[in-house]
Every structure is written in structure tokens, then in C-alpha cells.
Ligand binder design. Structure first.
Ligand code: ADP
Length: 621
């Protein structure tokens, strides 16, 4: 993978915050509504218990104080009605949130796919990129790291913040309350500001102990989980690759508990349990001290009449909620810091940006589609390669021509197409469209000039019509016409659900499975539907049998119409019908002309290739 300037250099909290901040930006980019709903839902979830507890306490205090019945009824109605209303809103929000959680995985996947589709082709083309994307996906799906962790931790953190704000306001009001009565001894001490300071000190001590613990245990736990997750991922790869031939015996031999042991080995589990016991024990001791101190403090204050019995219950719980809110917030932060290594992995993928120069010129909209392309002394080396895939290529062609590129495998034909479509820029030389360097045009407009069927075409698990049009609301007549021209009209009309038939049986038995040749025709129909001035077919008949291949040639002129067609093939027999044939050899264009002219050059490469392949044409015909 290429060298990248590290934007997050340096250590410490600043770097961590920058990484986390960017993660939230990515989440926002993936689905802003998600973050908004999560926040609203979580805040509402925190409000309900406080509201119910606070109102009930108020009611109890009013009853004890002997308030008039109508007042008590009003309070009861507000308590019950308010709680029901909050619960109803919370319920509706929860449904929305569940929908979003279900979509979350697909949204993340789509985002990565979108990034990959937009990245410069030189990165897309590298095996490392696919591997990196797979690693990011595994870490997120099996490990719950990266964006996954960020999202859930965000959820917890928002809850913790709401909790802290609500409980802190109650705690502060409690600490500030005192009675006006003349008191002596212990009760006078409880009523004095000093006792509030001591309670505050115990709260701070609790929080400090938790912070120390989080700092101590969270990194080791994360490390242990990373080990566990690695095993899970490997286990999963094993299970999902089970085929009857290869591993069925292993599966019979392995009982489930033993398989489980393999996935999460005991050493990891023991280490996690040990950490858990240690941290819980220290926590419980400090929590117990806080609980006892609070019980005495709040109890004594209620006893001397600072507040009623109802508030006594509220305040006791509130302080503990405050402490656990702070602890939860800090452990969220610690978890996020541990998660940063996975986010950095994600960013290294996201940063494989398009560094190609993108021009600003619009491609001329011509009614006559008069476009001329010129390759002027073009040479090209693939990134990291020492040898030229194309060398000093000069070539001109204009709209309406039928061109064939022939040559042995590796002679540079596909590379020519990649340069033409600006998947790569030439290392030397220029490519011109109507006399202007193609880099000066707007990239999307320039790309719209080409329909390409590459050898490794793909059909999607959508309907036949959607596969051709690549959109949901498509022109059915036009799709049928393209399918007919690609030689698949009869098949499409014979299908039970016509264009709405799904074309892979992977997801439904109602779907049909098309043969390799039929799929290739779908890809050709897709290229025709795009209706671009240039149609490029890279070995378009590779998956077709000789009869289907002859059918494609026979209809080629009808299929292509007014467009320019570039037809790439290493089978020379399939190129005879083209106006002009360009012969590639070791990255150079060595001959041009029509079939008759080229075959007449008996010392030329075309003649040699033609004779070498003649035996196959005889068999095929
Ligand atoms: P053809 O289409 O004529 O079979 P290509 O244009 O695919 O030939 O390949 C031309 C040369 O470039 C070959 O030597 C091939 O190995 C090399 N090549 C093709 N793709 C890549 C790539 N992604 N990275 C490095 N070299 C490549």
C-alpha cells in the first residue's frame, strides 16, 4: 500500500480526539438520521426514570404533609400521564431506532463500497485494497470494533451524559439544602456545609478510583478481546468454508463444546474473568463506603426536616446514578481510545482518495456525436511496475468506426481501454478528445461517453430489467430493445415474470440462473442501455459458445448502430467484420488496416497470429 502522510501524528489525547472526531463525521456521512434518532431516543430513555421517581417522591411528600386532595389528584395525574407520555414517545423512538440498527450493517457496507468505487482505480486495482476492506469488515462484524464500536459507545455516552446532567442537578440541590432549626451534635454537623463537602469528597474519591481502574483494566481487556476476536474470525472463516468434501469429517469429529473451546480458548477467558473480579471488588468496596455515607447523610437530613421522606428516596439513588454516569462516560472514552487503532485502519482505506487531476471543461454536447479520440505518443507503466505495458502509442479514431484490437494476451489491449476511460493517466504522452487533453474535461462527463463491457462483468441479484438499466424506474421498452439487440430478447420474453425476474437463485427459488453466456449478453445489453457514443467490448464473446458468438457478430452492426465500437479479442476470426484492425504486440501498436490488407502482409504479426489460430476457426465453423 502506498505511503501516506500521517495526519494523526503525535501521541496523547489530542490525537485520540482527532481520530474519534473524524469517526463521528464518518458516521454522520453514512446516515445523519441515525445519529439524531440515537441521541433523541437515548436522552428520552434517561428522562423517564427521573421523572417517575421525582414525581412519585413529590407526591409522597405532599401526602405526608397533608396537602388538599384536589392538589394530590392533580399531582397524581401529572405523574401517571407524564410517565405514560414519555413511555409512548420512547416506544415510538425505539421502533425507529431498531429499524436503523437493522440497516446499520448494510449502510456501513454500502459506504465502504461507495468509497471503493470512488477511489482512484490504481488503488481499486490492488489486491491490498480488497484485503484491507475485508479486514475492516471482519474487525467490525466479528470484533465489534471500528465504526460499530463508535456507534454503540456513542449510544452509551449520550445516555451517560444525560444521566450526569439530570443527576448532577438533583445532587447539587441536595447538597445545598439545610434546615433553619437550632441543632446540636451530629445533627448540627450534618446540617453544616462541612458534611456536604465530605460527601462531595467521597463522590470524587469514588470517581477517581473508577478512573484509575478504567485506565488499568480497559487496555488489557481490549487486548484480550482482540485475541478472542481473532479466534472468532478464524473460526467463522472455517465454519463458512465447510464443504462436504473438505471438512465434513472434522465437523463430525468436533463436538460443539470443543469447537467453542477452540474459538475462545480458556486462557483468554480466565484472564478476562480475573480482571473482572479484581475491578468489581475494588468497585464494590468504594461503592459501599459511598452508599453508607449517603444513607447516613440523606437520612439525617430527612430526619431534621430538610426534605420529606419521598425526596430521601430520590436523593439516595440520584448520587449513585451520578457516580455511575461519570464512570460510564469515562469508560466510554477509554473504549473509544482503544478503538482508535481500528479507526486508523478504516481511515487508511478512506484516504485512498482520487488524486487524479480533474478538469473543469464540459464535454461538448453534439447532436451529430462527432467525437474524435487521439492517443499521442502514449506510454504507460502500472504503478510499481518497471516495464511499460504500453509504449509510444499513437492512434486516432472517430465516431462511427468499428475497430478491433487484436494481439496475444498481455500485449496491452485492455491497458489501452483503461487509459481511454481514464482509469489511469498515461505515464508519458497525451490522450485528446476533439483536440483537447482528456484530463481537462470534467471526469463524469468524459466517462459518460463510454459504455464498456469488461471481461469480468458482473450481474446483480436484482431483476433482469434492473440489471440492464441499473436503476429501479427504468424504460421497459428500451430495456427489452437492448436485450433483443444483445441476443437475449427471446429468453427475456419467455421468463415467467419477464423483466421482473430476479436473475440469481441465491436468494429465491423464483429466480432464474442464467448461463455464463446469457449473463454476458445481459452485460452487453447494459452497455447498450447506457447509450454512450463509444461502446467498448473487451472479449465480449469469451463466455459464449461458437453459435452464440456468430449470432453476436451477425447482429453487431444492428447492435452498435451509429456508435463507435471497439472490439477487443485475441480471437482474430471474430474481428473480420470490423472496419479497421489494430494489432498490439508487447505494448506497441505494430499494424493497422482491414483484414484483407493485414493478411496480405505475410511477414506481419497478424498473418502469423491468423495462421496460428486457423485450426480453431476451422473447428468452430
Ligand atoms: P491484454 O489485454 O492484451 O491481454 P493487458 O493490457 O491486460 O493485456 O496487459 C498488458 C501488460 O500489463 C501485461 O504485461 C500485464 O501483465 C500488465 N498488467 C496488466 N494489469 C496490470 C496491473 N494491474 N498491474 C501491473 N501490471 C499489469
Amino acid at each position: 500500500m502506498k505511503e501516506k502522510k500521517n495526519k494523526y501524528s503525535g501521541n496523547g489525547i489530542k490525537k485520540d480526539l482527532a481520530l474519534i472526531g473524524r469517526g463521528f463525521k464518518v458516521l454522520w456521512e453514512i446516515h445523519p438520521a441515525h445519529m439524531i434518532w440515537f441521541t433523541v431516543y437515548t436522552v428520552f430513555k434517561q428522562i423517564l426514570p427521573y421523572f417517575a421517581l421525582y414525581m412519585s417522591a413529590l407526591l409522597v411528600d405532599e401526602i405526608v404533609a397533608g396537602a388538599p386532595v384536589p392538589h394530590l389528584i392533580t399531582l397524581a395525574v401529572i405523574t401517571v400521564g407524564g410517565s405514560l407520555l414519555i413511555e409512548l414517545i420512547q416506544h415510538l423512538l425505539a421502533r425507529k431506532r431498531d429499524e436503523l440498527v437493522k440497516m446499520s450493517f448494510n449502510l456501513n457496507e454500502l459506504y465502504l463500497l461507495r468509497v471503493q468505487c470512488r477511489m482512484q482505480y490504481k488503488y481499486f486495482d490492488q489486491p491490498d485494497t480488497a484485503l484491507l476492506r475485508q479486514t475492516i469488515r471482519d474487525h467490525s462484524n466479528y470484533g465489534g470494533h471500528g465504526l460499530h464500536c463508535l456507534k454503540w459507545t456513542y449510544d452509551t455516552a449520550v445516555g451517560a451524559i444525560a444521566n450526569i446532567i439530570l443527576s448532577a442537578s438533583l445532587t447539587v440541590s441536595m447538597l445545598r439544602m439545610s434546615a433553619d432549626a437550632e441543632l446540636t451534635g451530629f445533627l448540627a454537623f450534618v446540617n453544616s456545609p462541612l458534611s456536604s463537602v465530605i460527601v462531595l469528597a467521597i463522590i470524587v474519591a469514588n470517581i477517581a478510583v473508577m478512573l484509575i481502574q478504567i485506565n488499568h483494566f480497559e487496555p488489557t481487556n481490549t487486548e484480550i478481546w482482540a485475541g478472542v476476536n481473532k479466534r472468532w474470525a478464524r473460526g467463522n472463516a472455517y465454519v463458512s468454508n465447510i464443504t462436504p468434501e473438505a471438512t465434513v469429517m472434522d465437523v463430525y469429529a468436533l463436538s460443539l463444546p470443543r469447537f467453542y473451546q477452540l474459538m475462545v480458548d480458556d486462557a483468554h477467558l480466565r484472564a478476562l474473568r480475573k480482571n473482572d473480579i479484581h475491578s468489581s471488588l475494588i468497585n464494590y468496596i468504594f461503592r459501599a463506603i459511598l452508599s453508607i455515607a449517603l444513607l447516613i447523610y440523606v437520612g439525617a437530613k430527612a430526619f431534621i426536616g430538610v426534605f420529606g421522606i419521598g425526596r430521601f428516596l430520590v436523593y439516595r439513588g440520584t448520587v449513585e446514578k451520578f457516580v455511575s454516569g461519570v464512570s460510564s462516560l469515562f469508560s466510554c472514552f477509554a473504549r473509544l481510545r482503544q478503538n482508535n487503532v481500528y479507526l486508523e485502519e478504516l481511515y487508511s482505506f478512506l484516504d485512498l482518495r482520487d488524486e487524479m487531476y480533474h478538469g473543469t471543461l464540459s464535454v461538448e454536447k453534439r447532436d451529430d456525436n462527432r467525437f474524435e479520440i487521439e492517443f499521442r505518443n502514449v506510454s504507460f507503466k502500472y504503478p510499481g511496475s518497471e516495464t511499460y505495458a504500453l509504449k509510444d502509442l499513437s492512434f486516432k479514431f472517430r465516431i462511427g468506426e468499428r475497430l478491433a484490437f487484436v494481439g496475444m494476451n498481455g500485449s496491452g489491449k485492455t491497458t489501452f481501454v483503461k487509459l481511454l476511460c481514464r482509469l489511469y493517466d498515461p505515464t508519458e504522452g497525451q490522450i485528446l478528445l476533439n483536440g483537447i487533453d482528456i484530463t481537462r474535461y470534467k471526469y463524469d462527463e468524459y466517462l459518460a461517453l463510454f459504455s464498456v463491457v469488461f471481461q469480468d462483468f458482473y450481474t446483480f441479484a436484482f431483476s433482469l430489467g434492473e440489471n440492464v438499466a441499473c436503476e429501479v424506474d427504468y424504460d421497459r421498452e428500451r430495456v427489452l430493445d437492448c436485450l433483443r439487440r444483445a441476443g437475449l430478447g427471446g429468453k427475456a420474453e419467455g421468463l415467467k415474470y419477464g423483466l421482473d425476474t430476479c436473475i440469481t437463485r441465491q436468494y429465491s427459488v423464483d429466480c432464474v440462473e442464467l448461463s455464463g453466456g446469457e449473463q454476458q449478453k445481459v452485460a452487453i445489453a447494459r452497455a447498450l442501455y447506457k447509450n454512450a457514443p463509444f461502446l467498448i467490448l473487451d472479449e465480449p464473446t469469451a463466455a459464449l459458445d461458437p453459435i452464440a458468438e456468430a449470432e453476436v457478430y451477425g447482429k453487431f452492426n444492428e447492435m452498435v448502430g451509429e456508435r463507435t465500437a471497439i472490439y477487443i479479442s485475441h480471437r482474430l476470426s471474430s474481428c473480420r467484420f470490423c472496419d479497421e484492425i489494430a494489432v498490439f504486440h508487447e505494448g506497441r501498436l505494430i499494424q493497422r488496416g482491414n483484414h484483407e490488407a493485414l493478411i496480405a502482409e505475410t511477414d506481419g504479426k497478424y498473418f502469423e497470429l491468423w495462421n496460428a489460430q486457423a485450426q480453431y476457426y476451422v473447428k468452430e465453423q
